[in-house]
Design a protein around this ligand. Sequence first.
Ligand code: FE
Ligand code: FE
Ligand code: ZN
Length: 278
Amino acid sequence: MVIGCHLSSSGGYNAMAKQAIEIDANTFQFFTRNPRGGSAKSIDSEDVNKYLQVSKDGGINIILAHAPYTMNPAASDERIRTFTTEIMADDLERMENTPGNLYNFHPGSHVKQGMEKGIELISEMINTVLKPCHRTTLLLETMTGKGTEVCGRFEEIREIIDRVSPDINEKIGVCFDTCHVNDAGYDLVNDLDGVLTEFDKTVGLHRIKAIHLNDSMNPLGSKKDRHQKIGQGFLGLEAITRIINHPELKDLPFFLETPNEIDGYAEEIKLLKSLRKD
Ligand code: FE
Ligand code: FE
Ligand code: ZN
């Protein structure tokens, strides 16, 4: 099982790999920079080299970088879009230091411009920043659809992917966030197969490259986006057990973004491994 959690990136790559290994994780997620700000620390090549060795020895084969929340590719304010483009382009360049990994971002909010305009702006941004030479897979995160958020519906993901240039199109994937999908109104508890069938018909299951494994503080369709600890929310342990063992999902990397400190994450990783059927 490939499982890990969100870790603080303040100590660098090598520190994150060590921390992941300590809690029996074989992957991890981190913010590329301050999630509420813009500046990024410069890449320390010594740290990256240590990381590459430590991760290899520790069985870490893939990691997930998360873009900051201040970005909005679908913003109406051109300055915000320019800032977002610069950050994404810079992050993708930096990701080339650790090639072959995943970079996830929140597609954005269309802020009253309408869903079609939002979708157009997001795909334009992808076409600007993602290059055929990049070795990173760019992930659109499934969102709750709160406010004017884009990608609360699977169809919106489809429409964005359809507008991405053919030469980079296969580098686009999806990060499937179980709290968000629940809050968006897809019934993972009573109809996991139905939801996955719908995703497959709309987007294609092969596009899912990562799972954000979170329980939700709120019921189906609430459009709230408040993550809960595993088994303590509206998804519950039975549904989560079905998710981690589902044949279409079980080999994907799972990332916990539950409200926990490191000890809590270690417990959840242990629990989830015990619930695996293979
Ligand atoms: Fe996210
Ligand atoms: Fe998430
Ligand atoms: Zn969330």
